[in-house]
Design a protein around this ligand. Structure first.
Ligand code: NAD
Ligand code: DAU
Length: 362
């Protein structure tokens, strides 16, 4: 399938902005309409290197506003929705779950209804010409015991945090719209992304920014939790593979096949900071590490079995964590203006106080 008029939701966030750069670079006949509410996590700063051109347009709107979304899909003759928009931070979902239920569940419902109205009821385009692609997470599968096999597409859902439960709900809605209405959908469940433009409330950019300023590097619990780290550009490539060659109604797991415990990620970041900043007064950055009270209900281990997308679509991650981390740390160090724009944000400072200042040492 070749889609040419793509509605990206959440395109001012981390993965969405990377997806837009990737698409404009690699698919020269694709037009993108980027719909984003610009919450604390979304920023036009993430998109400022997009050349002014006819193939890209931004609209500030809420995915829960079904009327606006319906009108946009109709007016722009959209043939594919790539749905990233979400509340995405697990710690925030623990301290304030309501926004997650609203955006992740009701927002997805609103988008599905809009797509159903324009594509299936009004029959603006034929079902074989359109696609609703939903971006989900490995967190819907719960937590793995040590040595247990990696999550596959048939692993039963067992979400543990309010964030994961809201994403699981949205996945179920997407599947139901395919089963009941024949809405042409595909899903990807992916592991922890990292790379440029990630909001520094997430582990990797948080550690880089704190280390830069000589602040403590807060490691939850014993730091032995395991994530499956995926470089964001590899994820973008996987999404396009699924859009073009994936089977309608199917889900595909996407992961980086890199599963070091958190503490190794933090150690690697400290070593890179030492190397890139030989004159820093905070060297060795290792001494900034601080073990703090664990996240409630913290999932111990995630790992993705990616054999389906490898076998059926020929996708494989191109970055191992060593190469990806080096590129990532370098990007943050070279993009001071971006870092300063985030630091200037009042909500960022408020979050740091709320999540970290009252957190005890382990
Ligand atoms: P992010 O938090 O960086 O960005 C989310 C974007 O959505 C922001 O630009 C925000 O303004 C926008 N948004 C939020 N609520 C909205 C609303 N009601 N209407 C319109 N826009 C809204 O998130 P991310 O890390 O880029 O994640 C993107 C998607 O990928 C999410 O669905 C997330 O669940 C999923 N995912 C992320 C990861 C990861 O490691 N970051 C891994 C697996 C899955
Ligand atoms: O697995 C995919 C998920 O990855 C996505 O669905 C989420 O949207 C995304 O936020 C991410 O969730 P995590 O909770 O795994 O990511 P986070 O960066 O918040 O944390 C990564 C690991 O690091 C986790 O084990 C918690 C730990 N951590 C995190 C922070 C912010 C710390 O030890 N200290 C910290 O300060």
């Amino acid at each position: 399938m070749n889609f040419s008029r793509v509605l990206v939701t959440g395109g001012a966030g981390f993965i969405g902005s990377n997806f837009i750069y990737y698409t404009l670079k690699h698919f020269t006949d694709v037009f993108i309409l980027n719909l984003d509410l610009l919450t604390y996590a979304g920023s036009l700063e993430n998109l400022k290197d997009i050349p002014a051109e006819a193939r890209y347009q931004f609209v500030q709107a809420d995915i829960c506003d079904q009327q606006t979304v319906t009108e946009l899909i109709r007016a722009y003759n959209i043939d594919a929705v790539v749905h990233f928009a979400a509340e995405s931070h697990v710690d925030r979902s623990i301290l304030g779950p309501a926004a997650f239920m609203n955006t992740n569940i009701l927002g997805t419902f609103s988008l599905l209804e809009a797509a159903r109205a324009v594509w299936l009821a009004e029959k603006k385009l034929k079902p074989e010409q359109v696609r609703f692609h939903h971006i989900s997470t490995d967190e819907v599968f719960g937590s793995l015991e040590p040595g247990a096999p990696a999550f596959s597409e048939t692993t039963p859902y067992s979400p543990n945090s309010p964030y994961a439960a809201s994403k699981a709900s949205s996945d179920h809605l997407v599947r139901a719209y395919h089963h009941t209405y024949n809405l042409p959908v595909t899903l990807t469940n992916c592991s922890n992304n990292y790379g440029p433009y990630q909001f520094p409330e997430k582990l990797i950019p948080l550690m880089v920014l704190n280390a830069l300023e000589g602040k403590a590097l807060p490691i939850y619990g014993d730091g032995m939790q395991v994530r499956d780290w995926l470089y964001v550009e590899d994820h973008c490539e996987a999404i396009w593979k699924v859009l073009q060659e994936g089977k309608v109604g199917e889900s595909y797991n996407v992961g980086g096949n890199n599963q070091p415990p958190n503490i190794e990620i933090v150690d690697a970041i400290c070593a890179l900071m030492d190397e890139f900043l030989p004159d820093s007064e905070f060297r060795p950055h290792q001494k900034l590490k601080k073990f703090v009270t664990d996240r409630p209900g913290h999932d111990r281990r995630y790992a993705m079995n990616t054999s389906k997308i490898e076998r059926e679509l020929g996708w494989k991650p191109r970055h191992d964590v060593e190469k990806g981390l080096r590129k990532t740390v370098q990007w943050y160090l070279e993009n001071k203006a971006w870092i300063n724009s985030i630091r200037a944000q009042k909500q960022y400072e408020e979050w740091m106080v709320k999540n970290y200042t009252k957190r005890g040492e382990k």
